[in-house]
Design a protein around this ligand. Structure first.
Ligand SMILES: Cc1cc2nc3c(=O)[nH]c(=O)nc-3n(C[C@H](O)[C@H](O)[C@H](O)COP(=O)(O)OP(=O)(O)OC[C@H]3O[C@@H](n4cnc5c(N)ncnc54)[C@H](O)[C@@H]3O)c2cc1C
Length: 548
């Protein structure tokens, strides 16, 4: 969990670099803001844990000599591979609860290393948990594997961070799965190319993690899911290496890539991928529109999503969400619109989108309209304010959690015909669940992160007082109520955060039974010993009784 070639380390208990976070002025503004928002008194922050304060269970296995340079029992590495970055993870880390660390942390450098680690783990009955950036927010990287394993190995792809090959004719690049967002873009930039995939976790997540979780980038329409960008994959499974063919489109049966996109480390380890890349945008145009209500803004959003204009940004913020992110005053909803291209000016596209905004009752301040032909353009105004708040948010989230505040996000997607009903039902379920948990005043906000011609992806944030010392039960109550409301209203349990261990019981309700059988059969075929990430997507292997 160190920056390659440098001594800078990521926090083992929360978001970002060890030496980065909110400064004193930001913290004091944050405290004042949340006290006013939730109408609460003094906050007593928990101090961040230090590695030496935590005693870890001794490793239950010993690395074989042949793998000694690839397997580590380093205290810091084991700590840093205990959890992902969800609310629940940060609470447990702040409470110094590291009861279930991986026994070993593996750092393979090649497909052959991974195959050797699989052999060792199958022989020793160890679970293998693929680990990219560890930014999972659904229990995807936690060694919560049930009782039928002798131990666990967290398999960190951090030594596989290179762009290996570029095909400029087809505009594609072959990239190792452990490559983090910034390193990936840095290596593509000299070629004038970009993957154009920017999840909020971009800085601390990897290509392999994105593919394994079907991540969503921050572009609101068109090529925003990693699924659309994968041309071919190489995956190491306990049954051997699977390499799919590079094709721009393909009708030969079910897609082999798609079996592994979203497989969350349960079917194999993605080691590299041919990815479709794009020219770096030089033209940008943006604006924002104000609406009296979220529902009015949603009608405009649908019109734009169905117009074929495909803006890169088209994000609707409810009044509270806009206020908390510095994009509005709290009395109106805000629709942020942006276009970008490496090929042509965008004034005509923006002009038509703004006509649609106005047709649906939107007010477009003239000062919000921007058009640039350079890399920086259109990054100021409401869109710029929102963007910098977006990137700062994870650090502030951790600071709030340390101050006893419950902050959790819930994301889903549904078709337009159910959108208004789902929005109402989820807001109500979240508000009730927070109130029933004894949290006092609670704030539920919503933004729409992605818009499709046939539907949209609303993203809810719930903020209230955490139940001191009982945060995890409170979390379970609220998570369960909200996720069930999303399912009942016709939504998905997750639009882009993946299933992991946390959402598996709800995913089981969404997934057709026949598909569950097919997935289990694929798992049994590729991972016969059941060592790969037990508990994500599918229930972990039952305890194996040993004959006397
Ligand atoms: C603050 C914050 C913001 C976020 N914003 C977004 C967002 O905008 N969009 C979004 O989609 N998600 C977002 N997420 C969730 C998370 O960043 C994504 O799920 C991301 O794709 C995970 O990538 P990672 O490299 O960190 O994977 P990890 O967290 O390390 O792993 C995620 C899952 O993939 C598996 N895995 C990882 N690498 C591989 C591999 N090479 N082969 C096979 N399996 C593998 C793991 O076993 C695990 O099940 C956010 C998370 C946080 C904390």
């Amino acid at each position: 969990v160190s920056e390659p070639g440098k001594s800078r380390r990521r926090k083992f208990w929360g978001w970002g670099w060890q030496d980065e976070g909110a400064d004193a002025a930001q913290l004091s503004a944050l405290e004042a803001g949340v006290k006013a928002l939730l109408e609460i008194g003094d906050l007593k922050p928990l101090a961040a844990p230090e590695p030496e304060q935590i005693v870890l269970r001794a490793p239950r296995v010993t690395a074989p000599a042949t793998l000694a340079t690839k397997l580590s029992i380093d205290h810091y590495e084991r700590l840093a591979h205990c959890y992902g970055k969800s609310y629940r993870d940060v609470v447990r880390a702040l409470r110094r609860d590291f009861a279930n660390p991986p026994d070993l942390v593996a750092f393979p450098e090649s497909a052959a290393d991974i195959a050797a680690i699989f052999d060792f783990c199958a022989d020793a009955n160890l679970a293998v948990i693929p680990y990219g950036g560890g930014s999972s927010v659904c229990g995807g990287v936690e060694p919560e594997i049930g009782e039928s394993y002798a131990g666990s190995v967290s398999l960190d792809l951090g030594r596989m961070q290179r762009v290996l090959e570029i095909d400029p004719i087809s505009r594609a690049a072959r990239i190792q799965a452990g490559t983090f967002g910034p390193a990936l873009e840095e290596q593509l930039r000299p070629h004038g190319l970009s993957l154009r995939h920017f999840p909020q976790s971009f800085e601390f997540s990897t290509l392999g993690g994105w593919i394994a979780t079907r991540s969503g980038g921050h572009f609101a329409t068109l090529y925003t899911h990693i699924d659309e960008l994968v041309e071919a994959l190489t995956v190491v499974t306990p049954r051997g290496v699977i390499e799919t063919r590079r094709l721009p489109g393909d009708g030969a049966g079910p897609s082999a890539e798609r079996l592994f996109i979203g497989s969350e480390g349960a079917l194999g380890v993605i080691v590299e991928a041919w990815m479709r890349v794009f020219g770096r945008p030089t033209y940008r145009a943006s604006a924002s529109a104000r609406y009296a209500s979220f529902a009015d803004g949603a009608r405009a959003l649908r019109a734009i999503a169905q117009s074929g204009l495909h803006p890169s940004n088209c994000r609707l913020l409810d009044p509270m969400e806009a206020m908390l992110n510095g994009a509005g005053g709290g009395d109106h909803a805000v629709l942020l619109i942006g276009f970008e291209s490496d090929d042509h000016p965008l004034d005509a596209w923006l002009g038509r989108a703004l006509e649609l905004c106005r047709d649906h009752g939107g007010e477009v301040p003239e000062t919000s309209i921007r058009s640039h032909a350079d890399q920086q353009g259109a990054r100021d105004g409401a869109a710029g304010a929102w963007r910098s708040a977006f990137l700062r948010a994870p650090y502030l989230r951790d600071a709030l959690v340390a101050r006893g505040i419950f902050v959790e996000t819930f994301e889903t997607a549904c078709t337009w015909n159910r959108f208004a009903e789902l929005h109402g039902a989820v807001t109500l379920a979240a508000t009730r669940a927070a109130r029933d948990s004894g949290a006092g005043k609670c704030v539920v906000t919503c933004r729409v992160t992605h818009a499709y011609a046939d539907g949209a992806a609303p993203y809810f944030t719930v903020i209230c007082r955490a139940r001191d010392g009982d945060e995890l039960t409170q979390w379970t109550q609220i998570k369960s109520a909200v996720t069930l409301a999303m399912l009942e209203a016709g939504g998905t349990v997750t639009h882009h955060h993946a299933v992991g261990r946390d959402l598996r019981p709800y995913y089981e309700r969404q997934r057709p039974d026949g598909f569950a059988l097919a997935l289990s059969a694929a798992k049994a075929a590729l991972d016969p010993a059941g060592i790969l990430n037990p508990g994500v997507l599918l229930a972990p292997r039952a305890r194996v009784s040993t004959p006397c």
